[in-house]
Design a protein around this ligand. Sequence first.
Ligand SMILES: C[S@@+](CC[C@H](N)C(=O)[O-])C[C@H]1O[C@@H](n2cnc3c(N)ncnc32)[C@H](O)[C@@H]1O
Length: 232
Amino acid sequence: MCQPQTVTALYDDLAAQWWRPRGAFAMLHWLAEARARLIPVARRPGAVLVDLGCGGGLLAPHVSGKGYLHVGVDLSREGPRVAAEHGVKAVRGDVLNVPLRPGCADVVVAGEILEHVPDLPRAVAQACGLLRPGGLLVLDTLADTALSRFITVTLADRLPGVPHGVHDRDRLVDRAALVDACARHGVRLRLRGIRPSALDLVAWALGGRGGVRMLRVPTTAVLFQGSGTKEA
Ligand SMILES: C[S@@+](CC[C@H](N)C(=O)[O-])C[C@H]1O[C@@H](n2cnc3c(N)ncnc32)[C@H](O)[C@@H]1O
């Protein structure tokens, strides 16, 4: 099992990879683009988007024209530094104890972070607590199913070119527990499954595409997005 400091140490070791579109974090680039499509243009001047587990700030180019102050929180040493180089107001901090004022955010984003935390209810409470009434929660993560465990842990740890040991099968996310936890904090979360386009993936692997589109799929059993608005 990966302890939090072990996970973040892994990300620190790989920090040079954050912005390499063909590097170890290539898929995070594709996911950031798909995630940003769920984020509308800011509805008021001074709107704040809090990016939990922001890593190297890969979301930044996809939201930069939308009118938010992009604030990032990441527990690794290197993530906030790299994110800051890309325009994110990034701080080092734990998503289980976020060093920001409750109710400060118009949008809270949790991209590929919930599958790393040892306490899902607490992470959800923190995320929802940051939202203003009417604010939007956007997330993507990995489901706790046998198929997901096989793909994201067993298989991924044997594939070349992707980071090994980053996913702990005990931390994959129980979808019902996630939806329940959000509801307890006033956010009705809707889930949708996604996967990379197989055609794009082949073209990308052959060097013919710069990125890979994420497509909707009818199942949330592996990789899924969630979004929901906090009750006013
Ligand atoms: C898979 S990366 C996702 C990064 C970014 N959200 C993206 O999609 O490009 C997970 C990130 O979560 C961070 N992380 C892991 N546990 C954390 C915690 N408890 N608090 C804050 N950040 C954490 C890691 O340092 C890493 O940068």
